[in-house]
Design a protein around this ligand. Structure first.
Ligand code: 13P
Length: 258
């Protein structure tokens, strides 16, 4: 099945606020597994790790000459300025990142980020030559009252820039209630949301949406990766906890080997 895929999947690990220099060894094990190829190395997917900002440059250096990609976890909308503590997309690119996550639900909740700001961050990523990985997803409460598609539709309309292309944008569906909980939607629920996202993005972006990567995120682990990654319109995963250890992450990448 996987050899027939039109869209090359992406499996991205989001380390969140985890990882000191010593932890780069785990990322290097993933890098080495990719180099070794074969077996469980996710040969049919692009593979990325998004470490905390303090480790982006070091990991990018470690990844030179390998196919491990490096991403940031957030960026500011502006290229520079009086914004203490913020990081510009240009700075991430300068440090060796090729992508940045924007609009993660933890940023939406902890920092009050709204769709317009997230769209501006995605535009900043594009300006800097980075892929924007734009996160959307409903809360448990929204799901309980049947608002899932409405919420995801509103987030896509508000956060995905007009100029988004399949090359510069990835959308990650991360139901908030599935993040870090061990809970996942059923394959049928994921299929419904991803089909909806494909159609909504087609209306927004035209044919670019056909080949845009739509990731699923939320409690992805080795034991459920094959099923979740096999769902129609799921073109990879955004992985939190299970990306911190190379063995766990490589177990997920195994969903994408021949
Ligand atoms: P978990 O895989 O730990 O549920 O986290 C998902 C996530 O938020 C990735 O961005």
């Amino acid at each position: 099945m996987s050899t027939a895929r039109k869209i090359r999947p992406l499996v991205a690990g989001n380390w969140k606020m985890n990882g000191l220099k010593a932890g780069l060894g785990e990322a290097c094990k993933v890098r080495d597994a990719l180099k070794a190829g074969g077996g469980s190395a996710g040969a049919e997917a692009d593979v990325m790790i998004c470490p905390p900002a303090t480790l982006v440059a070091a990991l990018a250096q470690d990844a030179v000459g390998s196919r491990l990609l490096v991403g940031g976890q957030d960026c500011h909308a502006k290229a520079s300025g009086a914004n203490t503590g913020d990081i510009a997309a240009e700075m991430l690119a300068d440090a060796g990142a090729t992508a940045v996550i924007v609009g993660h639900s933890e940023r939406r909740m902890d920092h009050g980020e709204l769709d317009a700001e997230i769209r501006a961050k995605a535009e900043a990523a594009h300006r800097a030559g980075l892929i924007a990985i734009i996160c959307v997803g409903e809360t448990a409460g929204e799901r309980a009252i049947g608002l899932t598609l409405q919420v995801v539709g509103r987030q896509l309309a508000g956060a995905v820039p007009k100029g988004a292309t399949a090359a510069n944008t990835v959308v990650a569906y991360e139901p908030v209630w599935a993040i870090g909980t061990g809970l996942t939607p059923t394959a049928a629920d994921v299929a419904q949301v991803h089909q909806f996202m494909r159609e909504a993005l087609s209306k927004q972006l035209g044919s670019e949406a056909n080949s845009m990567r739509l990731l699923y995120g939320g409690s992805v682990k080795a034991s459920n990766a094959k099923e979740l990654m096999g769902v129609a319109n799921v073109d990879g995963a955004l992985v939190g906890g299970a990306s911190l250890k190379a063995d766990d992450f490589c177990g997920i990448l195994a969903a994408y080997c021949k």
